[in-house]
Ligand binder design. Structure first.
Ligand code: NAI
Length: 462
């Protein structure tokens, strides 16, 4: 029987990062992964392939909308969907092979197959049982479909099917205005599909800053996406002329429907723990089926830890990565730590949306006094030069101390700009610290500084 210090179950961003860090810290480490390639949902059917399609279709949008304005003459741009899929596949391969290389470099063994935990200290894959001092479960999540709606991944799809449609649809209904629905909905809208988003709540992207939600929905509507808000989907009926999504409006119980070639069900994800034998092992789950862990990612079973989407908290690759590094450090006898107050969220539409920390709505609920500094990208020279003046930076700070409590951004490069504020928050910075930091001109980042200035004596370009 092979003896390991650590066996990680699952090679998604949580699992593979955990394994690499553990190996760097001198632990003999293996990862069990049943997919043909490493990287989990994120690299194979999630973050990475969707970014390839978002990039390709944003380029199409630029060619169609902005090239002529800059004196670039082209004929009509043709979309070769098969070629775009090849490009997406090559991006996936480049990334998943990269993880394989990192495993070799760090001497992490890849045990191919699906793992069960027959007892603490044991991991079984097929007929082989491995002995290990510690186990980290990083088994991730899967789409949680709506009851009664049958997914075939061809005409009624989850994000997995939506990334690999056989042909470009002329129309699409997206159920759920969350991150997946809006990212993939905007891909197909740019590719010419009539996209209708049906959402249960009255605002897009639940939990996000209210002003960002409104601006985001307005900008997506301007790009041609239609929204039916406050509508609970009841059923999806497949037919020869398309799939019909029936819904009931919450405000008046009125029923209506919308028909499209393809229906994307994007109503959330749930932890994936099937086949691990957690029941038999006696691992405690939360009422929502997540693996319950303490502040050091330990389950109630000695030597068994869990991280990422299978555990409570936001289902984000980078949250899983941080937990992966931290739990490896804990197992190696160090002090792993994750600051859950500073985990950014990014939506990779165009414009991008990003946020970190508290929203105004949360602070009002908490009864905490705050100030807001806001700056529109219309006042940013670089943004205006590249047709990206839509959106704003909103910085929220403590009213008395000026300490940064949150930042909410919609605009060009939002997903990168947010990290300046993440670092500032990690250092307990005040808005004045950001405002007094020299920012290169002309960059989008000047808008962040201007929002910080707006928390004090005022922005310059407002
Ligand atoms: P989500 O939880 O973000 O959004 C689901 C939406 O569906 C909600 O707005 C909800 O109100 C709505 N909904 C639920 N039932 C409904 C019904 N019967 N009728 C109409 N609307 C209904 O879930 P999503 O977008 O599927 O994403 C899953 C997870 O993956 C999330 O935790 C997300 O953060 C993560 N993710 C993150 C990405 C990123 O960071 N860029 C990209 C993709 C996914």
């Amino acid at each position: 029987m092979s003896q390991y210090d650590l066996i990680v179950i699952g090679a998604g961003p949580g699992g593979y990062v955990c394994a690499i860090r553990a190996a760097q810290l001198g632990l003999k480490t293996a990862v069990v992964e049943g997919r043909d390639t490493l990287g989990g949902t994120c690299l194979n059917v999630g973050c990475i392939p969707s970014k390839a399609l978002l990039h390709a279709t944003h380029s199409l949008h630029e060619a169609e909308e902005n090239f002529a304005k800059m004196g670039l003459q082209t004929g009509p741009v043709q979309v070769d969907w098969a070629k775009m899929q090849e490009y997406k596949q090559s991006v996936i391969e480049g990334n998943t092979k990269g993880i394989e290389f990192l495993f070799k470099k760090n001497k992490v063994d890849w045990i191919k197959g699906w793992a069960t935990i027959p007892a603490p200290g044991r991991v079984q894959v097929g007929d082989t049982t491995y002995e290990t001092r510690n186990i980290v479960i990083a088994s991730g999540s899967e789409p949680s479909a709506l009851p009664g709606i049958e997914i075939d991944e061809e005409t009624v799809v989850t994000s997995t099917g939506a990334l690999a449609l056989a042909a470009l649809p002329k129309s699409m209904v997206v159920i759920g205005a969350g991150v997946i629905g809006l990212e993939l909905g905007s891909v197909y809208a740019r590719l010419g599909a009539a996209v209708t988003v049906v959402e249960y709540l009255d605002a897009v992207t639940p939990g996000m800053d209210g002003e960002v939600q409104k601006t985001f929905q307005r900008l997506l509507s301007r790009q041609g996406m239609k929204f039916v808000m406050g509508a609970a989907v009841q059923s999806v009926a497949k037919g020869k002329d398309g799939q019909t999504v029936s819904y009931k409006l919450r405000k008046n119980d009125k029923e209506d429907s919308v028909t499209a070639d393809v229906v994307l069900v994007a109503t959330g994800r749930r932890p994936f723990t099937e086949g691990l034998g957690l029941d038999r092992l006696g691992v405690t789950l939360t009422p929502r089926g997540q693996i319950a862990v303490n502040g050091q990612w330990a389950t109630n079973v000695q030597g068994v830890f869990a991280i990422g989407d299978a555990t409570p908290g936001p289902m984000l690759a980078h949250k899983a990565e941080d937990e992966g590094m931290a739990v490896a450090e804990v197992i190696a006898g160090q002090h792993g730590h994750v600051n859950y107050d500073v985990i950014p969220g990014v939506i990779y539409t165009h414009p991008e949306v990003a946020s970190v920390g508290k929203t105004e709505e949360q602070l009002k609920d908490e009864g905490r006094a705050y100030k807001v500094g806001k700056f529109s990208f219309m006042g940013n020279g670089r943004a205006k030069a590249v047709f990206a003046g839509d959106g704003f930076v909103k910085l929220i700070v403590d009213k008395e101390t000026d300490r940064i409590l949150g930042c909410h951004l919609i605009g060009p490069g939002a997903g990168d700009l947010i990290h300046e504020i993440c670092v500032a928050m990690e250092f307990g910075a005040a808005a004045e610290d950001v405002a007094r930091t020299c920012h290169a001109h002309p960059t989008f980042s000047e808008a962040v500084r201007e929002a910080a200035l707006a928390c004090g004596d005022g922005a310059i370009h407002a």
